[in-house]
Design a protein around this ligand. Structure first.
Ligand SMILES: Nc1ncnc2c1ncn2[C@@H]1O[C@H](COP(=O)(O)OP(=O)(O)O)[C@@H](O)[C@H]1O
Ligand SMILES: [Mg+2]
Length: 545
């Protein structure tokens, strides 16, 4: 931490560069990792607390989703960024379990600090952690049970567990919608969460949320005279603007007479008319445009009886391409009837006063939309995150084909097994494996605390329950504030959400422990800045939570 210590070794570095070496560097990084991980800890589980985040613009996010909180915190320290990345990764890979992954990473790093104090070399700790991670995942797999698309009840339980405590009283109806959505796309090979679009529309409440067999766009038809209800739709997807491009260089056009001006306008009109004619000649009756549509082009389209929407997001254009079989056109001149997609019906409907476009009955039925309703922006965005997690969890359970009892029960069971395994390892790695087991117990401990239970007592009783394999499902029932067999209560979660959290948190802990030298320029973006003032700021920040 002290610049003067390192002055000699800094001789070759530019003036003003900070250098922290060896233990100093490690301690600093551990401190940051612990602080970041602690900041999301209290959000874990159905009884977890929400965080309110306010950015410089005054926008408010209320969430108890680990990945969201970390993203909104805009952490600058590179170690903090690693944990943000970890949460994002977990989200991308398995769609749930982000808070758990960050808590485990923080725990691993924190326990490593104790081991470093006992003069155990980082490479021994890393080796022990890696052995433990591999074993842990084998144990998780051993105690998991099978699940498949035909187990609708179990899929509902997974969705419900992922949502408990989040969308409050509507979680069971939303869980049903999530599972229905997944059952609709279950026949597709990909089984990707992108196939389920969540479209938020303010108004009504969460119980008005509906599953739509197709794709819904929050877009109004551009011209009042265009048809609002089209059956046997033939859809053209346009990736470019239906406008006359402004010349890129500032070409000056000398217009000296009213006739010339008229000729110029006529020429533009002519070009737009031609573009519209090209669209009409393909036989399209619906145009979905990613960019803008000129007013005049709108007029010609309306006259030709073609319905159009504009400025549609690329992700939606891509979804529509897959669902309707349309090709995205980037050169209108090349468009033919073969590029069109189809849908049984395309119609515009008012939802809370705004027109939305529904594209239903697509040839590829593996694209659906959850039209999410809620009274406020905040309710909607938190419900959106909750639904996204639940979709991720159910898809994950189908991909791994396995589930575990929730409430920290699997962590307790695996921790016990790991401790036994540690005893069979002679070297100092044993200590790291034991530490790893203790880290797993942080999950049930945190859940116990969130339910107002005594963490130590709870862990002790769970450990004793788990001596008997028949009690493997025992975990923290946070809703009722007691320990219970979570399996028999149908509170279950996907296997790969657990195993992915172990893999990625162990990797991050390893990365952090391998660093023993921090060289930081005083200026420049992204450089690690962690002076005493920064630490003070950080504490202030965390007290806020
Ligand atoms: N009804 C429940 N009772 C006890 N624990 C539960 C219940 N539902 C979920 N959990 C536990 O809550 C944890 C997940 O909490 P969550 O806030 O979703 O964090 P994450 O971001 O890690 O998914 C898991 O350990 C899960 O087993
Ligand atoms: Mg979750």
């Amino acid at each position: 931490m002290n610049n003067s210590n390192n002055q000699n070794s800094n001789a070759f570095l530019p003036e003003g560069t900070r250098r922290d070496k060896g233990k100093d560097a490690q301690r600093l990084n551990i401190l940051v990792a612990k602080a970041v991980s602690n900041s999301v800890k209290s959000t874990l589980g159905p009884r977890g607390m929400d965080k309110m985040l306010v950015n410089e613009m005054g926008d408010v996010t209320i969430s108890n989703d680990g990945a969201t909180i970390l993203k909104e915190m805009a952490i600058e320290h590179p170690i903090g960024k690693m944990l943000v990345e970890l949460a994002k990764n977990q989200d991308d890979e398995v769609g749930d379990g982000t808070t758990s992954a960050v808590i485990i990473a923080g725990g691993l790093v924190s326990k490593a600090e104790n081991l470093l104090d006992e003069n155990i070399h980082p490479s021994i700790i890393i080796k022990g952690y890696k052995m433990a991670a591999e074993k842990a995942n084998n144990y998780f797999t051993e105690i998991s049970e099978n699940i498949s698309i035909s187990d609708k009840k179990a899929l509902l339980d997974i969705a419900t567990t992922s949502m408990t405590g989040k969308a409050a009283e509507y979680s069971s109806s939303l869980a049903t919608i999530v599972v229905d959505a997944i059952l609709k796309i279950a026949n597709s090979k990909e089984l990707d969460k992108e196939q389920i679009k969540i479209e938020q529309k303010i108004g009504g409440n969460l119980s008005d949320t509906k599953l739509i067999d197709g794709i819904v766009l929050d877009k109004e038809v551009v011209h009042s005279e265009m048809p609002k209800d089209i059956s046997s739709a033939k859809i053209l997807l346009l990736g470019t603007a239906l406008e006359i491009k402004e010349t890129e260089t500032e070409a000056k056009i000398q217009i000296t007479s009213p006739e010339q001006l008229q000729a110029f306008i006529d020429q533009e009109e002519e070009q737009l008319k031609e573009m519209v004619n090209q669209i009409v000649s393909t036989g399209a009756n619906v145009l979905i445009c990613q960019k803008g549509i000129d007013d005049l082009a709108q007029h010609y389209l309306a006259k030709a009886g073609v319905t159009a929407v504009r400025r549609v997001r690329l992700t939606d254009v891509e979804r529509l391409a897959k669902a309707t079989g349309a090709k995205i056109i980037n050169r209108l001149k090349d468009a033919t009837d073969k590029d069109l997609g189809t849908a049984q019906k395309v119609y515009s409907k008012k939802i809370s006063g705004d027109d939305m476009l529904f594209v239903e009955g697509c040839p590829n039925p593996n694209y659906v939309t959850i039209l999410l309703r809620g009274a406020s922006e905040q309710t909607l965005s938190e419900a959106d995150r909750t639904l996204t997690d639940a979709v991720g969890a159910v898809i994950s359970s189908l991909k791994s084909g396995k589930f575990l009892a929730a409430g920290g029960s699997s962590e307790i069971d695996v921790a016990l097994k790991l401790k036994n395994f540690a005893k069979t390892i002679g070297g100092r790695e044993q200590l790291a494996i034991e530490a790893f087991a203790e880290v797993l117990e942080i999950i049930p401990k945190t859940l116990a605390e969130s339910a107002g239970l005594d963490a130590i007592d709870t862990i002790v009783s769970l450990r004793s329950k788990h001596q008997d394999p028949n009690n493997r499902g025992y975990g923290v029932d946070v809703v009722n504030g007691t320990i219970a067999d979570m399996k028999s209560k149908n509170i279950i979660e996907p296997l790969n959400v657990k195993t992915q959290a172990i893999i990625s948190s162990t990797e991050v802990a390893e990365l952090i422990l391998r660093i023993d030298d921090i060289i930081a320029g005083q200026s420049g973006r992204g450089a690690p800045r962690m002076g005493p003032q920064d630490m003070a700021d950080m504490w202030f920040f965390f007290l806020f939570f």
